[in-house]
Write a protein that binds this ligand. Structure first.
Ligand SMILES: *[C@@H]1O[C@H](CO)[C@@H](O)[C@H](O)[C@H]1NC(C)=O
Ligand SMILES: *[C@@H]1O[C@H](CO)[C@@H](O)[C@H](O)[C@H]1NC(C)=O
Ligand SMILES: *[C@@H]1O[C@H](CO)[C@@H](O)[C@H](O)[C@H]1NC(C)=O
Ligand SMILES: *[C@@H]1O[C@H](CO)[C@@H](O)[C@H](O)[C@H]1NC(C)=O
Ligand SMILES: *[C@@H]1O[C@H](CO)[C@@H](O)[C@H](O)[C@H]1NC(C)=O
Ligand SMILES: *[C@@H]1O[C@H](CO)[C@@H](O)[C@H](O)[C@H]1NC(C)=O
Ligand SMILES: *[C@@H]1O[C@H](CO)[C@@H](O)[C@H](O)[C@H]1NC(C)=O
Length: 438
């Protein structure tokens, strides 16, 4: 029977990978996006005051250090006179302004970066200054927004006839995100006393969507598997993320790390990975071990290993697809929540670290792993150790899908190692049935 289930599993995996596009859409978070809101607060004749906010509307994907770099293109010769709660990376060419006071930024395509926490109070706005980091909805709903304000000089020639001229070509400066065209929405309302509501002059939204494929054409994590009933450890597939020896595939042997020279990078720039040599060449490996079986429960141990010597993963998260995740009884040393993506199904679960304990996955040189044990209740209708049922269907780390071993390599129960003639019959008949079913 094992073979037929594995066969069907492969078939459905293939079907799923064909029918779901691998870019611009995440089946585990189909509505996920980062929205930029541009509020026109006041029109002062030749200058305009605006408030720009960003909200992370993604269930589990967060924006980690070095953070966002928000860019756009002015349609005319607008100039940012002053800014609070963020700053432009470059001032640009402001030689046109001969006076004592120079504008904040004269670039045609300004790039704005966040201020660090602890910035002097007179440079702040409400909800600013987080060093460009945005949390996800599930991990911390209170820190997933960023806001700054600016005053800019209108373009000398404006063709928008009375209404405001909205810039275009927004970018977030984070690998993998692309932003759409700004669209006008109903004006943002605000209240000072909770009774009377006022509203801004005009509000525009820009939606930015993540694509793993755009972020990195190669995967960044892989999964290995084992179970108490079989001594085989199924490793990450060879070349999951890259192949040793290919051009561009650099790695370091663990016994040579004492001579390791860590690359120096500027603030706001990610450091290139320096990973430990392995057959899979992934910076992150997830190990799923089916540890024990009890009468009513079973136990899984999950270990996340950081193979990167130069990156601490702060606020890391793991999203797992498994049919038993709705019956989680206890999770040790990680936070856990089910994600209800498609209505009432609860087979998607999210794990993340406990603050100040293991929410930071340290570099490979510094004890770079975190682990948990999960106790799950056996649902009598579907629970089984056969046919790889106890292994995850899908795992993603920090929102990027990890490479799984092929289902025919899964650790098998000792008794199902042979193929019976009935199994062969079943395969034969299901092959006949396939054209009828699909
Ligand atoms: C962006 O996220 C919000 C909140 O989940 C959702 O209402 C909206 O439909 C999303 N937009 C797109 C274009 O997916
Ligand atoms: C515009 O963005 C805000 C978040 O800043 C969101 O609450 C609102 O629903 C968005 N409006 C539309 C129509 O997408
Ligand atoms: C925005 O990008 C498009 C396509 O690259 C370009 O044609 C257009 O000029 C840009 N807009 C501005 C204001 O630079
Ligand atoms: C700066 O802009 C002025 C015009 O505003 C121009 O004459 C000058 O060449 C520019 N300088 C540089 C270095 O681009
Ligand atoms: C990682 O975090 C540890 C402890 O906070 C710190 O000592 C180390 O410098 C960090 N390493 C990198 C590469 O950021
Ligand atoms: C979700 O499932 C639970 C039990 O499985 C049921 O009680 C509840 O009514 C369902 N909710 C919806 C919205 O279908
Ligand atoms: C353990 O699983 C492997 C991989 O499926 C299989 O080849 C092997 O026969 C199994 N071992 C036993 C003792 O059944």
């Amino acid at each position: 029977m094992a073979t037929i289930f594995i066969f069907i599993f492969i078939f459905f995996s293939l079907l799923a990978s064909i029918s779901l596009p691998s870019y611009g859409f995440d089946s585990l978070d189909p509505l996920g996006n980062i929205t930029i809101t541009w509020d026109f607060l006041s029109d002062n004749g030749n200058t305009v005051d605006v408030r720009v906010s960003m909200y992370n509307f993604q269930l589990f994907r967060h924006v980690e250090e070095p953070g966002w770099n928000l860019g756009w293109a002015w349609k005319g010769d607008e100039v940012i006179w002053a800014m609070l709660g963020a700053e432009a990376k470059e001032q640009g060419n402001c030689t046109k302004f001969r006076g004592q006071q120079k504008p904040h930024c004269c670039e045609k395509e300004p790039v704005i970066i966040d201020l660090m926490p602890g910035t002097p109070y007179n440079m702040q706005t409400a909800n600013c200054c987080k060093g460009g980091v945005l949390t996800s909805i599930k991990q911390d709903d209170t820190k997933r927004g960023a806001t700054f304000q600016m005053n800019y000089i209108k373009a000398s020639v404006s063709d928008s006839g009375g209404s405001f001229s909205m810039p275009e070509n927004f970018t977030l400066g984070i690998p993998g995100y692309s932003c759409g065209t700004p669209f006008q929405v109903s004006p943002t309302k605000f209240t000072k006393d909770g009774h009377r509501w006022q509203q801004v002059l005009e509000t525009w939204n820009v939606t930015c969507i993540y694509s793993q494929f755009l972020a990195s054409p190669a995967p960044t994590c892989c999964v290995s598997l084992s179970a108490f009933y079989n001594s085989t450890i199924v490793p990450c597939p060879t070349c999951s993320c890259n192949c040793q020896g290919l051009p561009g595939a650099t790695c370091v042997d663990s016994d040579k790390t004492s001579v390791l020279q860590l690359p120096q990078t500027n603030r706001g720039e990610p450091s290139p990975p320096v990973i430990r040599c392995s057959h899979h060449m992934c910076p992150i490996r997830i190990h799923w071990h089916v540890k024990q079986s009890y009468k009513e429960h079973w136990r899984v141990k999950i270990t996340i290993t950081n193979m990167n010597f130069v990156k601490n993963y702060s606020q890391w998260n793991l999203v797992v697809l498994h049919p038993n995740l709705g019956s989680v009884t206890q999770v040790f040393s990680f936070n856990y929540q089910t994600l209800s993506v498609y209505g009432n199904f609860s087979d998607i679960g999210m794990f993340w670290g406990l603050p100040y304990y293991n929410d930071m996955l340290l570099t490979h040189g510094e004890n770079g792993h975190v682990q948990t044990e999960v106790l799950l209740h056996k649902d009598r209708r579907e629970f089984t150790f056969r046919e790889g049922w106890s292994f995850p269907r899908k795992i993603s780390f920090n929102g990027d899908e990890c490479v799984m071993p092929s289902p025919d390599a899964y650790p098998r129960l000792p008794s199902t190692a042979h193929i019976s003639t009935t199994t062969l019959h079943t395969i034969f008949f299901s092959l006949l049935l396939l054209p009828i079913l699909f």
